[in-house]
Design a protein around this ligand. Structure first.
Ligand SMILES: Nc1ncnc2c1ncn2[C@@H]1O[C@H](COP(=O)(O)OP(=O)(O)O)[C@@H](O)[C@H]1O
Ligand SMILES: [Mg+2]
Length: 484
């Protein structure tokens, strides 16, 4: 990967549009809701207006019929009515309105009906019964105009019964309602458009912090991992996202820094043995050598190569251990027998330095057997190498409520407190002069730490002024959940 291109080329490139934008989506929904509300209000107004107009027409019709009923019942002669037909026409509200008087069983005496509309034969409200809104009937004229009509009977002086029929054509009311319908439709469309445009502008403005955030995030690259998104002026909803994002950057920056340090250390560590190998070869090639000399050279080179190979193997182990998917095979381990095995394994080396190995304590712990052995032998190997000649090394198992602690205690020089925490760093050696030899790589304790982390346990160390150094492996108990 080219680091330089990576830094300069990363501009804020908006993604190709996929799906509808949030702004557009919210705008359309917003406008849709607004138009629904406006239509509902319009519909309600239209419905109540329609009802009110019908009610008024019914009052008008029943009032008119009632009026003539009253007139005829109170000694107003029928003959005078029929002589003045103009009287009725003036009284009617609409030029198409109907008014008929008929003696029962006969032809109409007076029939004002310009539209010649045939009214259905409904039963007249009997004399003495009042006309109410419920006694008004409904009919639709052939041209679609609604018609309200009422019929009532009245007994006149000579004992005959006259049937009065009044009808009202709701022509003007229909026009009014039609105009209102158009106005409502116009208002709904206008509200939809207006709210869509205003909503779009408002939402676009509201989402500006999100665009700013994307822009800021696009500026972050490996060389500027310390840059953080600013939460200033960001709306509350985005604050949490910004905090999480910045936290993530913190973690990434830490990891990236460790990785950079690790590769620098790695290069440094491998350069030394490779340099030594090349030096040996160059010296050997300087002049002809005997077979024995070549053999010695190859044997020496072999040693260096083994060292490199061990280091590579350790580095690979660490790389894999930091991968969360590494699978552990957790078994029950009998600590005392495991400690005896390790004691036996290191007996020869310890004897060379006049040291003794003692094991104390019993119990079981839950761990991956191979990894447990590796962690413990790394500690014992260090104790043998860095402990004082002739001193004892103690392995002690201490079960407790939360699991099991294994201590490896050696005697030697005190490790200065400022160096203690660094011992677990990769490639770190506290005492360079003592670590110079063949197998020291400074990776042993990093591996122990990685193994303990895999087991959700921990490793710690103390070093007293008297030179007693104690490394402790703490394993969690059986009921601890291990990662799968
Ligand atoms: N038991 C011990 N007593 C004193 N110093 C120790 C002990 N174990 C480890 N150290 C110090 O910690 C350093 C790191 O150990 P380690 O990671 O195993 O690397 P290495 O053994 O390859 O040097 C050692 O170089 C040594 O200085
Ligand atoms: Mg070591």
């Amino acid at each position: 990967m080219c680091a330089k291109c990576d830094m300069t080329d990363r501009q804020f490139t908006p993604l190709p549009e996929r799906g509808m934008s949030l702004t557009l989506r919210a705008t359309l929904l917003f406008a849709l809701i607004a138009s629904l509300v406006v239509s509902a209000v319009g519909f309600y107004l239209y419905y109540s207006m329609d009802k009110e107009l019908v009610r008024r027409a019914d009052y008008q019709v029943s009032g008119r019929v009632q009026y003539f009923r009253h007139l005829l019942a109170n000694e107003f002669p029928l003959s005078q009515l029929s002589r003045n037909p103009g009287l009725f026409e003036n009284m009617l509200g609409n030029e198409r309105d109907i008014l008929t008087f008929r003696l029962s069983g006969e032809k109409p005496l007076i029939n004002v009906n310009p539209s010649r509309l045939e009214l259905p034969p409904v039963v007249a409200v009997p004399d003495g019964h009042p006309l109410t809104l419920n006694t008004v009937h409904h009919l639709t004229a052939p041209d679609g105009t609604p018609v309200r009509f009422a019929r009532a009977a009245v007994q006149i002086q000579d004992g005959r019964t006259v049937e009065i029929t009044g009808a009202h054509f709701m022509t003007e009311e229909s026009h009014l309602l039609q105009t209102f319908r158009w106005e409502i439709t116009g208002a709904v469309l206008f509200a939809y458009l207006l709210i869509a445009v205003l909503g779009y502008l408002v939402i676009r403005r509201g989402l500006r912090p999100l665009r700013n955030m994307a822009h800021e995030a696009a500026q972050i690259h490996p060389a500027s991992l310390s840059t953080r998104l600013s939460s200033e002026n960001a709306p509350q909803e985005l604050q949490q996202l910004i905090y999480s994002f910045n936290d993530m950057l913190d973690r990434l920056a830490g990891g990236y820094q460790r990785l950079t340090q690790f590769s620098a250390d790695l290069a440094h560590e491998i350069r030394t043995p490779v340099g030594a190998l090349m030096g040996h070869c160059q010296v050997a090639l300087y002049q002809p050598r005997t077979v024995e000399e070549y053999e010695t050279l190859l044997a020496n080179n072999m040693e260096e190569l083994e060292r490199i190979s061990r280091m590579v193997e350790n580095i690979l182990f660490l790389a894999r251990a930091s991968d969360a998917r590494s699978v552990l095979t957790i078994t029950t381990i009998d600590v005392s027998s495991e400690m005896t095995r390790i004691q036996e394994y290191f007996e020869g080396l310890a004897e060379e330095r006049g040291m003794t190995l003692n094991g104390k304590g019993t119990g079981v712990l839950y761990a991956d057997a191979m990894l447990f052995q590796r962690a413990l032998s790394n500690l014992v190997a260090n104790a043998v190498r860095y402990g004082r000649e002739g001193s004892p090394i103690e392995l002690r198992a201490e079960p407790h409520a939360r699991g099991m602690d294994i201590h490896v205690i050696s005697q030697g020089d005190q490790v200065p407190p400022e160096k203690c925490a660094k011992l677990f760093d990769r490639f770190y050696r506290a005492d360079a002069s003592r670590s110079e030899g063949g197998s020291s790589s400074g990776l042993g304790l990093s591996i122990v730490q990685a193994i303990m982390a895999l087991h959700r346990g921990s490793v710690s160390m103390t070093s007293s002024a008297q030179g007693e150094t104690c490394f402790t492996l703490s394993f969690p108990g059986a009921n601890h959940k291990f990662p799968q």
